[in-house]
Design a protein around this ligand. Structure first.
Ligand code: TRP
Length: 337
C-alpha cells in the first residue's frame, strides 16, 4: 500500500540540532522509501495563531525554515514542500471540522493546555490558537496522510485528527477521510537536550545549536556546554550520564567505539573537559559544515527557493482540492456540481 506522509513546522525561527535529530533525519529517510509520498508543510498560519501582531517574524522565519530544509537535503523532486497559507482548502476544511469538535474537547488537548500555560494567555486565549488542533487535522486529512512523523508533543494532535476523521466518516456515512498513524522519532532522539543540560533544546530556552550557526559560534557553544559540575580537575573521575558532551557524542558520533573509549577514560579520571569538547566540536563541525555550505548556496538565490515553495504549494493545492471536493460531496453541499 502507498504511504502518504504529512508533517511540518511552525516558522517561528531557524531550525536547530533538536529538529535535526527529532524530525529532519526521519524525513530524509522517508523521502528515499518506495511507495511513499512525502509532504512537508511550513505551517505559517499556525505560527500566526500566537503571532498575529508579528507577521514579519513568521515571514522571515518561513524562508529560514525553507533554507534549513533544503540544506539538510530535503529534495523538492522527492518531497513536496509547501506553505500552509497558500492552500485555501485547508481553512475551508477546518471550518467544517469545527462543527464536529466540542470546546470541551479542545480544552482537554494536553498540548494546547500546556502551551496556554507557557504563553501566559490566561483568560485571553486567541480563538484561532485555541482551535489550531482542528486546523492541524485539516492539514493532515487534506492529503489523506497515512502517517504523520512528529515529536512526542504532537501526539495529542494526531489523536485528535484521528477522532475528526472518524467522526466525519461516521456522520456523513462515507469513508472519505483517513485516520493517520503517528511515526515517532527513533528511541532516545525525540528530545535532544540543550547545551545547558537543563531541558529540551528550544529557542525559548536559548540553549540551541542552529543548522545555520557559523563554525565560530558552534565552537563557542560547544566550549560552554554543561558537563559534570563535580569534574573539577582533569584527574578526577567524571560522570558521563547527564553530561551533555557525551549525550551529543552518542547522538552525532558514528564512531561508537571511540565514544566508548572516551567514556571509560572520563569515568576513570584523567580526561579533561576541554579535550572532550574539542573532540565533540570536530564531530559537529564535520556534520554541520556541508549543511551550512549548502544553506549559504541556496540563500544566494532566494527567488529560486520561493519558486520551489510555489511549485510545491501548487502541487499540494491540487491534492487538497480533490479531498475538499469529496468532503463537500459527502456533506451534500456541492450545490453547483
Ligand atoms: N504543530 C506543529 C508544530 O508545532 C506544526 C504542524 C502544523 C504540523 N500542522 C501540522 C505538524 C501537520 C504535522 C502535521 O511544529
Amino acid at each position: 500500500m502507498e504511504r502518504i506522509i504529512l508533517t511540518g513546522d511552525r516558522p517561528t525561527g531557524k531550525l536547530h540540532l533538536g529538529h535535526y535529530v527529532g524530525s529532519l533525519q526521519n524525513r530524509l529517510k522517508l523521502q528515499e522509501e518506495d511507495n511513499t509520498k512525502v509532504f512537508v508543510m511550513i505551517a505559517d498560519q499556525q505560527a500566526l495563531t500566537d503571532n498575529a501582531d508579528n507577521p514579519e517574524k513568521v515571514q522571515q522565519s518561513l524562508i529560514e525554515v525553507a533554507l534549513d530544509y533544503l540544506a539538510v537535503g530535503l529534495d523538492p523532486k522527492k518531497t513536496t514542500i509547501f506553505i500552509q497559507s497558500q492552500i485555501p482548502q485547508l481553512p475551508e476544511l477546518t471550518l467544517y471540522y469545527l462543527n464536529l469538535v466540542t470546546v470541551a474537547r479542545l480544552q482537554r488537548n494536553p498540548t494546547v493546555k500546556s502551551e496556554i500555560q507557557e504563553k501566559g494567555f490566561n483568560e485571553s486565549i486567541p480563538a484561532g490558537f485555541f482551535m489550531y488542533p482542528v486546523s492541524q487535522a485539516a492539514d493532515i486529512t487534506a492529503f489523506k496522510a497515512t502517517h504523520v512523523p512528529v515529536g512526542e508533543d504532537q501526539k495529542p494532535m494526531v489523536e485528535q485528527t484521528r477522532e475528526v476523521a472518524r467522526d466525519f466518516n461516521r456522520t456523513y456515512k462515507q469513508d472519505v477521510l483517513v485516520e493517520p498513524d503517528i511515526i515517532l522519532p527513533p528511541q532516545g532522539q525525540g528530545r535532544l537536550v540543550g547545551i545547558d543540560g537543563k531541558g529540551k533544546m528550544s529557542k525559548s530556552l536559548n540553549n540551541g545549536i542552529y543548522l545555520s550557526d557559523s563554525a565560530e559560534v558552534i565552537q563557542k557553544k560547544v566550549m560552554s556546554m554543561y558537563t559534570d559540575p563535580n569534574h573539577i580537575r582533569v584527574e578526577d573521575p567524571g560522570q558521563v550520564e547527564g553530561n551533555v558532551v557525551f549525550t551529543y557524542l552518542d547522538v552525532f558520533d558514528d564512531d561508537k567505539e571511540k565514544v566508548q573509549e572516551l567514556k571509560d577514560q572520563y569515568r576513570a579520571g584523567g580526561l579533561g573537559d576541554v579535550k572532550i569538547k574539542r573532540y565533540l566540536n570536530d564531530v559537529l563541525q564535520a556534520k554541520l559544515q556541508p549543511i551550512r555550505e549548502r544553506r549559504e548556496a541556496f540563500a544566494e538565490d532566494k527567488d529560486a527557493v520561493m519558486e520551489i515553495l510555489r511549485e510545491g504549494s501548487q502541487k499540494a493545492e491540487a491534492v487538497a482540492a480533490q479531498t475538499l471536493d469529496e468532503v463537500k460531496d459527502a456533506m451534500g453541499i456541492n450545490y453547483f456540481k
